[in-house]
Write a protein that binds this ligand. Structure first.
Ligand SMILES: Nc1nc2c(ncn2[C@@H]2O[C@H](COP(=O)(O)OP(=O)(O)OP(=O)(O)O)[C@@H](O)[C@H]2O)c(=O)[nH]1
Ligand SMILES: [Mg+2]
Length: 219
């Protein structure tokens, strides 16, 4: 019975995700779904992304949190359009929530839309939102065991941003070990070490976004 219920939920979600995907395709909006545990640095990365790329691309952000407008306010303070979704206890965004938030955005006026999922390393990974790319954020203080212990998240993402690299000297995190673990779980995924605080490695992330956008326009 439980299995049937989950299948129904996912079937309904997939229908809504297809609706979103068609809309993104028709309006040529590149959409990325950012996922991580709470506090890994998703909003900080997006603040920096808006600061650096907003002169070149029209960027908007959909923010997912259980409560408050705080993350959307942070993005708005950087000058980009942001819509906040509050899940009121829900541990992930689903495609219908995103579809509802899209009602507040004019996709014809947006080149790149980032969706910051609810901070959670488990639930968000199973829900298609209609995005083109899934990006995971892992941070140095979380430790090396997260990739092997939460494989579902990392086997479904094509890029892992390893944030808070500036804290490496104070912790026992091994970047090489993280790369090995990721290669084992998902050989197609890349690990990008960076720091939203010091900007180290951030140019690689911006380069990746620009490449993804070019490819998206050409397809
Ligand atoms: N040292 C360091 N701190 C960082 C870095 N990036 C973010 N932080 C800090 O980490 C904390 C959490 O950052 P957020 O960007 O709010 O994290 P988040 O993933 O959006 O959190 P949720 O939305 O709650 O899931 C804040 O205090 C940031 O200033 C970084 O590269 N280095
Ligand atoms: Mg956030």
């Amino acid at each position: 019975m439980k299995v049937t219920l989950r299948t129904d939920v996912l079937t309904n979600n997939n229908k809504a995700a297809e609706f979103n995907r068609e809309l993104f395709q028709n309006t040529k909006t590149l959409v990325m779904n950012l996922m991580s545990s709470p506090g890994a640095g998703k909003t900080t990365l997006l603040e920096e992304t808006v600061r650096v790329l907003a002169g070149k691309y029209r960027i908007a952000v959909i923010e997912g949190d259980l409560a408050t407008e705080r993350d959307a306010d942070r993005i708005r303070a950087m000058g980009a359009r942001a819509v906040q979704i509050n899940t009121h206890g829900g541990c992930h965004l689903d495609a219908r929530m995103v579809a509802a938030a899209l009602g507040e955005l004019d996709l014809d006026e947006i080149d790149i839309l980032f969706i910051e999922n609810v901070g959670n390393l488990v639930c968000p990974s199973g829900y298609d939102l209609g995005q083109k790319h899934k990006v995971a954020v892992l941070s140095v203080p979380e430790g090396n065991d997260k990739i092997p212990k939460y494989p579902q998240m990392f086997m479904r993402t094509e890029l892992v941003l390893l944030n808070k690299l500036d804290l490496l000297p104070y912790l026992d995190f091994s970047v090489e070990e993280a790369k090995r673990d990721l290669a084992e779980i998902n050989p197609k995924s890349n690990l990008l070490p960076l720091s939203a605080r010091t900007q180290e490695g951030m140019h690689e992330w911006f380069f990746w976004i620009e490449g993804a956008y070019l490819k998206w326009l050409q397809q």
